[in-house]
Design a protein around this ligand. Structure first.
Ligand code: 15L
Length: 265
């Protein structure tokens, strides 16, 4: 598979997914620019460099993106938090990331989330054009990120791959993840395809592995980048089928526990 001709900027490099992607893409000899607000805890691969930056520091992010061909945007708040913690990195930060992409004619892979649609019921199947139903400030900030992708595509021709990640962990750990799990290998291959694909337009992709329980999400743009998941949560069905929350409200919705956080009684 071809190597990108320009450096790839990876935000959120010090998080669990960022570290995994650094290992996977660094092993391919890619020129990676890594950044995070936290120090990078691992050895930096050959061909990569790391610079600490806060996503709300516009000048720093714009400078880091100079000359890059793709921005893999995994930075920002990655779980439900109070609004004041989310707004800087996830709302303001997205403006900076898309401005950086516009100035450099770069493509963006945005790590969106299933929490953009968390209030759809598990008994229903939705596609990538179904209405957003965020289940918190975090999910709403991911809707904003996807909207920035749409805006910058239609107005400025900036390409995006908007990945609605289910649950990306080393292995599934509860019954919900039998549907939502995205293996590290499948995520790394998705990112690789998103970088090297000839064109993407503004693509929306459900980020899950080939889980037979994954009946909630269908119809996306994965063909545009030539990505098909290879792994599956099915090996964990016997072990995890009974590992539910026990809360009927949580079990009703696709977003799982997030739908009940800070909920008015
Ligand atoms: C997410 O978006 C979070 O980043 C992750 O920590 C999990 O909570 C995941 O969703 C999930 O829904 O399992």
């Amino acid at each position: 598979m071809s190597r990108p001709s320009r450096p790839v900027l990876l935000t959120g490099a010090s998080g669990a997914l960022g570290r995994m992607l650094t290992r996977a893409l660094g092993a391919k000899g890619w020129t990676l620019r890594l950044t995070d607000i936290a120090p990078f805890p691992d050895q930096i691969p050959d061909g990569a460099s790391f610079e600490a930056a806060d996503l709300v520091d516009r000048d720093a992010v714009l400078r880091l993106a100079e000359g890059c061909g793709t921005i893999l945007h995994f930075g920002g708040v990655s779980v439900e938090r109070p609004f004041d913690e989310v707004v800087g990195p996830n709302i303001g930060g997205l403006y900076t990331v898309y401005e950086a992409a516009r100035r450099n004619r770069a493509r963006v892979l945005f790590a969106s989330s299933n929490h953009t649609i968390g209030f759809h019921e598990r008994a229903t199947t939705i596609d990538s054009e179904s209405p957003f139903r965020p289940d918190g400030y975090y999910g709403a900030s991911k809707v904003w990120g996807e909207m920035m992708g749409q805006l910058y595509w239609h107005k400025h021709g900036v390409e995006s791959v908007l990945v609605r990640i289910g649950s990306s962990f080393p292995k599934p750990i509860d019954a919900r993840m039998l549907a939502t799990w995205l293996s590290y290998g499948d995520l790394a291959r998705l990112c690789e395809r998103a970088v090297v694909a000839e064109t993407t337009g503004c693509a929306v992709i459900w980020g899950t592995s080939r889980n037979s329980r994954m009946t909630w999400w269908t119809g996306d743009d994965r063909d545009r980048i030539g990505w098909e998941p290879q792994d599956s949560a099915d090996d964990f069905i016997v072990e995890l089928a009974g590992a539910t929350s026990g809360d009927p409200f949580v079990e009703r919705y696709q977003g799982g526990a997030y739908v009940a956080l800070d909920r008015s009684a």
